[in-house]
Design a protein around this ligand. Structure first.
Ligand SMILES: Nc1ncnc2c1ncn2[C@@H]1O[C@H](COP(=O)(O)OP(=O)(O)OP(=O)(O)O)[C@@H](O)[C@H]1O
Ligand SMILES: [Mg+2]
Length: 386
């Protein structure tokens, strides 16, 4: 029998007057798992986290930690620590005192406090800064103090609410790796809130994508990216997001296997990196190049089709002329059909597009590039001109 989940939310809802926070959220988190709550502003991420923490009481439903119903228990009785966006450091205390504050309150003996401090300081790379006040630290260092404080608490669960949003992009990337490494080393169970999908993709064992107070889809980053259940999930993940167009507007050979005959009311979704460009031809979808951006490792080509906009993401420096007519192509297996009215993915065809077909054994790599009639991947070698 598999182990019961470490943290469980059963039908948890919370609203304020007519203001919906979250609605009927079910969630099961395993011990040692790194789970990211992801979604747009106001979708209920913080409310969900705060109910796990005990900072909000659900109107309905239960919160269970380690098999114990703790729905009515105060935060201190739940065995968890929290890291917030605002570091919540005491400005008049030194780094060391900030880190060990909770231990002092709990009257942990001095010797033990010092051992815990030494370990946390070395794990978070803060050695040498113990005597400084928060005002004399950089944003990234303050963030590490907040992390160190969560670590010394020694709790098995750590909840983090947008802990990196005050940091610049480079630092955010560095601290994000530190957090992941620490979590692995300490075996902590982490629930981490962010609205940044790259952060979620890079850090999570599992992403819980929320939308309007509900769980839209909870899955591994790979599965969420490759098999989104809804058009919302397909377009929230991925930068640029999945391209959606009316299924009836594309040539039949580009439809996924098992597509129904009646295509009205269906959208076809393709990841920008699964789209390739070639000369216009009847068997290819027609588009016109609107613009192109060279981003270093890749080029984004903005396209106008008969029904709207599309984006192709091509490796390297692609040179192409704005206004140029092109044929766009993709492997039918890389496409997904969604019902436009409900946003739901059409039941997957019998032979679902699998990771192995993408030529990858792990990680979120791109689906295969379609090949043209010559058997070679079609490519363009013209100049990007204004
Ligand atoms: N104390 C409160 N009183 C009234 N409404 C609230 C309260 N807290 C949250 N809400 C509402 O609940 C919804 C979810 O809020 P929540 O803070 O969980 O969103 P979030 O996903 O964390 O958003 P963000 O990314 O902006 O932090 C929002 O519509 C918000 O206005
Ligand atoms: Mg929030």
């Amino acid at each position: 029998m598999s182990k019961p989940p470490f943290i469980r939310l059963d039908g948890v809802s919370k609203s304020w007057g007519g203001n919906r926070g979250v609605e009927c959220v079910d969630l099961a988190i395993d011990e040692g798992e790194f789970v990211v709550l992801l979604g747009p502003s106001g979708c209920g991420k913080s409310t969900t986290l705060r109910m796990i923490a005990g900072l909000e009481t659900p109107d309905t439903g239960r919160v269970v930690i380690a098999g114990r119903d703790i729905t009515a228990e105060p935060p201190a009785a739940r065995g968890l620590s929290m890291v917030f966006q605002s570091y919540a450091l005491f400005p008049h205390l030194t780094v060391a005192d900030n880190i060990t504050f909770g231990l002092s309150v709990r009257r942990v003996p001095r010797r033990e406090r010092q051992d815990a401090l030494a370990k946390a300081v070395s794990l978070t790379g803060l050695a040498g800064l113990e005597g400084r006040k928060p005002a004399a630290l950089s944003g990234g260092q303050r963030q590490r103090v907040a992390l160190a404080r969560a670590i010394v608490a020694g709790h098995p669960i750590c909840l983090m609410d947008e802990p990196l949003s005050n940091l610049d992009a480079k630092l955010r990337h560095a601290v994000r790796q530190d957090i992941r490494a620490l979590q692995r080393e300490l075996g902590m169970t982490v629930v981490y809130v962010t609205h940044d999908q790259t952060e979620a993709m890079g850090m999570a064992d599992r992403i819980v994508l929320m939308n309007g107070g509900r769980v839209e889809q909870a899955d591994t980053p790979d599965a969420l990216y490759l098999h989104p259940d809804t058009a919302f999930a397909a377009t929230f993940l991925g930068s640029p997001p999945m391209v959606l167009m009316p299924a009836a507007s594309v040539p039949e050979r580009l439809l996924p296997q098992g597509a129904p005959r009646a295509l009205s009311g269906l959208d076809i979704g393709i990841r920008p990196e699964a789209i390739s460009l070639a000369e216009p031809a009847p068997h290819r979808h027609r588009a016109t190049v609107r613009d192109a951006e060279f981003l270093g490792a890749e080029t984004l080509v903005y396209l106008t089709t008969g029904t709207g906009e599309a984006i192709a993401r091509l490796p390297g420096r692609l040179t192409i002329r704005a206004g140029e007519p092109v044929g766009i192509d993709w492997a039918p297996g890389a496409a997904t059909l969604f019902e436009r009215a409900t946003g739901k993915r059409l039941a997957p065809p019998a032979r679902e597009y699998r990771h192995a077909e993408a030529g990858a054994s792990h990680g979120g790599s791109a689906p295969p590039r379609p090949r043209d009639a010559t058997g070679h991947p079609p490519h363009f070698q013209t100049e990007i001109l204004p």
